[in-house]
Design a protein around this ligand. Structure first.
Ligand code: ADP
Length: 220
């Protein structure tokens, strides 16, 4: 088996971060930890917390740092992640979250942070075309739909548009990304952890670039 890895994926909404994070997790045989998926799972349970999170998410806002840090802290202390590592997707999204992550990972520091670069005009189009499986979260697009109607190729679940993928919510998420998350590129650059990867091209080409970035980083 390959060695594990502790990797953070940064990138604008719609940059293909989620799809590539799943591939990286399979490649390195580590869990894919997506805070967006964890929040959507909480929403699906219909708890009071889930309902609050849903209204924040549907409006394109950010769930509070305190809540997110608590969720991630718990997940990164589970056995599977402490033994082999993880691909962290959707966290950190603010400087406060990045500072909290440094504390959480003090004993087992991050190996690398990958920033998937895709220009804003391209991601707006990609997100509005995005469709997801309601049950397993697999991502499709209007341009690359499932084989059989709008039913997931993997588990037959219904493939729909996410409720926060409206033009207004996406604009708000992109503005918040620029204000809150983009500064993390410099934050991790200063720590010598960052690798920039061009996110344009086929998913296969982008994945090859991501693996290349990891292997050249590890040789340094
Ligand atoms: P996207 O990257 O396309 O916006 P995600 O699935 O990563 O989608 O996240 C969906 C929503 O979940 C976000 O818009 C936000 O409301 C919430 N969320 C996810 N991760 C975080 C986080 N680390 N901090 C705050 N809110 C988060």
């Amino acid at each position: 088996m390959t060695d594990g890895i502790r990797l953070v994926m940064l990138g604008r909404q719609g940059a293909g971060k989620g799809t590539q994070a799943v591939r990286l997790a399979q490649h390195f045989v580590v869990p894919h930890i997506s805070t967006g998926d964890m929040l959507r799972a909480a929403v699906a349970t219909g708890t009071e917390f889930g309902l609050k999170a849903k209204s924040v998410m549907d409006g394109g806002g950010l769930v509070s740092d305190e809540i997110m840090v608590g969720i991630v802290d718990e997940r990164l202390n589970a056995d599977d992640t402490t033994s082999r590592g993880y691909i962290l997707d959707g966290f950190p999204r603010t400087e406060a979250q990045a500072l909290a992550l440094e504390k959480i990972t003090a004993d087992r520091p991050l190996d690398i942070v990958l920033n998937l670069e895709v220009p804003e005009d391209v991601v707006l189009e990609r997100i509005t075309k995005r469709r997801v499986c309601k049950t397993c979260g697999h991502i499709y697009s209007v341009d690359a739909p499932p084989k059989n109607g709008w039913l997931c190729d993997i588990d037959g679940g219904e493939v729909v548009q996410r409720e926060d993928d409206t033009v207004e919510a996406v604009r708000k998420r992109l503005d918040l990304y620029a204000a809150e998350t983009l500064p993390l590129v410099a934050f991790y650059g200063d720590r010598g952890l960052l690798r920039e990867v061009d996110g344009l091209g086929t998913p296969e080409a982008v994945f090859a670039r991501l693996l290349e970035a990891v292997s050249t980083h590890q040789q340094v």
